[in-house]
Design a protein around this ligand. Sequence first.
Ligand SMILES: [Zn+2]
Length: 330
Amino acid sequence: MNHVLAIDIGGTKLAAALVDASGSVLRSATRPTPRQQVMAALEGLIEEVTRDGPEPVAAGIGCAGPLDLAAGAVSPVNMPSWRGFPLRDEVRERTGLPTVLAGDAQCMALGEHWLGAGQRSRALLGVVVSTGIGGGLVLDGTPVLGPTGNAGHVGHMSVDPYGERCECGGRGCVERYASGPNLARWALENGWTPGLASSNRRRPNEPSPDRGAPSSDEVIPDAPSGDARTLARDAAAGDSVAVAAFERGARALAGMIVSTAAAVEVTTAVIGGGVSQAGPVLFGPLEAALDDIGGLGFVRAVEVRPTTLGVRAGLAGAARLAWDYSRSAS
Ligand SMILES: [Zn+2]
């Protein structure tokens, strides 16, 4: 049985696996992304999954962008030590394998199309909602990478030309409304107290329902952090600001999905990334917003689904990329 080497590179984690033609994983390993010497860490990881095993026939890499496909180079926003880093050639030289590169969210979309929630979709949009928002398109089974490899950057699609300035320099980008940190930022700016709704914590001067007034030595637990995970718990517990933050983010996502569907007739949108774990507090308002925003019949027909592969989608897509590359090369 032949295998390919799949590699997924993100700002927090490096992952590698040996994957067969049916998508089964023979071996896999992960390690945290170091701040420096990332290539040395990646080399160790590759050695770990390939040692004494079957020789892979090709390598596929999904890496955080932006990237320069012609040069095979990457400049991940969250990895300052790699700027114009020639990742494809570095991996090719170290492994001796035919090596192919794509964006991490493009790989997520390809993975979901191959083995996950997007199987048999003619036109799939994969969206990763996390610290940032990434995306990828798979049309008629083929990933759309774009001339420089950056197609699918839907997080920086503007849903409000008069909106807030995004970190990318653009205005009204989806990411500004719907990424994890931006959901939490907006909620905090609008009076959210992290963890109050979901943990039944009492404010220090609030009387305890069962023991009367709190004693002076009662320990007040550390305040939960104001992150998107806590925000999701609070929204599920009914916190009105947390609910509003997810409704606002979902509306921005819906605008982007509807626009993408109008442009390339996307039939399926698969949503992954850490924020998608919020579940109904995200997907409920997302469905409602899609219903409100979409007009034309083929746009309204777009089906939104949560990821079924989760964090494994990127590796699956990198494997698929490698398989397609090895077949086209032979
Ligand atoms: Zn932007």
